[in-house]
Design a protein around this ligand. Structure first.
Ligand code: F6P
Length: 561
């Protein structure tokens, strides 16, 4: 595994996943698969194209173009069983405190349980709590959407600005964009996250304070970026309206777990939509954090979005490991990460409306599984945390696919596409559909990645001998194909849940805690300290290292300090 550790870790061999029988069997098996080209894999197992498929909800998932044999899949599921994945999964669904470093339950799955379900956690029926908040969100968004909710000057709201960052931004903005076709009221949503003032300034430039409502979304309500932006928004509203603090109630609502801080900020807690410490920020788009989405698409569609998650939750909870989509895809991700040294996964939606999906997954997967110690505090013995990245096809094809096809690294890719388009236009000759053109690219790319083109095939086309090597398409590059009938609220919920549970599968096998994020804290405290240094010309405050010291001095000089 890569060594990025300092020397402060306990390197005891507890939790050594590599010492398990199944891990060792996989390591012994890998060279056999490595030696086979996917062309050969398909030749000896022609049924795999129609058999290595899982249908769950609306998702049709083809994992046949992976560098796995049926034996590999048996070994991988044996590994899952050996580490007790099923028990750990059951613990999560039951509300056990599996987020050990924060002593919390992990219950995003409870956010999408139907109203008639019950789940008692720490003595409380959390399903009743969830539906009480959903009801309040529905009542509020009904008023917004109908125009009954008026701003301070009596005008209806036309623009909603979600102010939040990380999980309080990435989910809502991704889903809002993906469900563009379901935005059915006279409400436009905007999203401000960055503490770079350009974000807020550019957003406010197109808005009228009289008809704008801000949702301040922060689980903790202590996040520097969000509170700074929220203050800027409040100043803007009051200045624009020439109003006093009483205008705040009509233009600001909050989504948070922290009523005390919400009240301190000046938002009436009657206008606060709550959630709970058992919802991680990156798992919260289906909580009240999705309020902006509900404002845009309405409570019924939001209900469909939640039902989509629930379909995949039920599948993950009950399907045998061998037919369990998040389990199989998570295990295949781990197979490449740990036995092939393929550290990253490309996510390639053939859907322009899903442009922010990869960015959303980056937080979900990398903040969850970017850990170097096990849940017991021992150093991990295998690499964790796949690096997720991607862009919609076909744009990516004209940017980085060259490396996917002919580079020296193997980058497994998830292709996501739809049968029915949300929009369509005719092709240049007026006879075809642009959506078909898009999807023909999807199928061509997965085919070429897997099977490539040999030197003989290229030479047979009369290509000059000195160019043949450059044109060889090695193939043997793995991909998953995920298809769905069309992009609906339910489908986007299904897709998110599919990835949430893959994260869980991988994190469980690595033995880490995917639900904390201590690694983001030090940067926050140091930024606070450094702010004092960079704004105060008199502060000598030399930094401990000569690089930061010089950078701070350069910055102060250029700011005239
Ligand atoms: O700093 C990381 C983080 O804590 C994320 O986990 C979270 O989604 C984000 O900040 C925003 O946090 P909050 O919703 O509490 O403002």
């Amino acid at each position: 595994m890569s060594d990025v550790s300092g020397s402060d870790f306990d390197t005891s061999d507890h939790d050594d996943i590599t010492a398990t029988q199944s891990w060792q069997a996989l390591a012994a098996h890998q060279p056999h698969v490595f030696a086979m080209h996917l062309r050969e894999v398909f030749a000896v197992d022609p049924g795999r194209g129609s058999e290595l498929i899982i249908d769950v909800g609306d998702l049709h998932i083809d994992y046949s173009k992976h560098r796995v044999l049926r034996e590999t899949l048996d070994l991988l599921t044996a590994l899952a069983r050996e580490v007790g994945l099923e028990d750990r999964r059951d613990d999560m669904f039951a509300g056990a405190h599996i987020n050990t470093s924060e002593d919390r339950a992990v219950l995003h799955t409870a956010l999408r349980l139907p109203a008639d379900a019950t789940l008692h956690v720490d003595g409380q029926n959390v399903v009743a709590d969830v539906h009480e908040v959903l009801h309040a969100m529905g009542a509020f968004t009904d008023k917004l959407r109908s125009g009954e909710w008026k701003g301070h000057t009596g005008k209806a709201i036309t623009d909603v600005v979600n102010v939040g960052i990380g999980g309080s931004d990435l989910g809502p903005v991704m889903v809002y964009q993906a469900l563009r076709h379901y935005v059915d009221a006279n409400i436009r949503c905007h999203f401000v996250s960055n503490v770079d003032p350009a974000d807020m300034v550019a957003t406010l430039a197109g808005l009228d304070a009289e008809t704008t409502l801000f949702i301040i979304a922060s689980k903790t309500f202590t996040t520097l970026e969000t509170l700074t932006n929220a203050s800027a928004a409040r100043r803007w509203v009051l200045e624009q309206l020439g109003a006093g603090d009483d205008a705040v109630a009509k233009h600001f609502v909050a989504v948070s777990t922290n009523a005390t801080e919400v009240a301190k900020f000046g938002i009436d807690t009657a206008n606060m939509f709550g959630f709970w410490d058992w919802v991680g920020g990156r798992y919260s788009v289906d909580s009240a954090i999705g309020l902006s989405v509900m404002a845009a698409i309405g409570k019924e569609r939001f209900g469909e979005f939640l039902s989509g998650f629930h379909i995949v939750d039920e599948h993950f909870r009950t399907a045998p490991l061998e037919q369990n989509a998040p389990v199989i895809l998570g295990l295949i991700g781990l197979w490449y990460n740990n036995f092939w040294d393929a550290g990253s996964r490309a996510v390639l939606p053939y859907s322009n409306d899903m442009a922010r999906f990869a960015a959303y997954l980056q937080q979900l997967t990398m903040e969850s599984n970017g850990k170097s110690v096990t849940a017991h505090g021992h150093h991990v013995t295998a690499d964790t945390g796949e690096v997720y990245w991607g862009e919609p096809g076909t744009n990516g094809q004209h940017a980085f696919y060259q490396l996917l096809h002919q580079g020296t690294r193997m980058i497994p890719a998830d292709f996501i596409g739809f049968a029915e388009p949300t929009d369509d236009l005719s092709t240049a000759d007026g006879t075809g559909s642009m959506h078909d053109l898009l999807m023909s690219n999807f199928f061509a790319q997965t085919k070429v990645l897997a099977f490539g083109k040999t030197a003989d095939e290229i030479a047979a086309e009369g290509v000059a001998p000195n160019v043949v090597a450059h044109k060889v398409m090695p193939g043997n590059r793995p991909s998953t194909s995920i298809l769905a009938p069309t992009l609906t609220p339910s489908v986007i919920g299904q897709l998110v849940a599919l990835y949430e549970h893959q994260v869980f599968v991988e994190g469980s096998i690595w033995g880490i805690n995917p639900f904390d994020q201590w690694g983001v804290e030090l940067g926050k405290t140091q930024a606070k300290e450094l702010l004092g240094v960079i704004v105060d010309a008199k502060s000598p405050a030399p930094q401990d290292d000569s690089s930061t010291d010089e950078l701070v001095r350069w910055y102060r000089t250029h700011r005239g300090r």
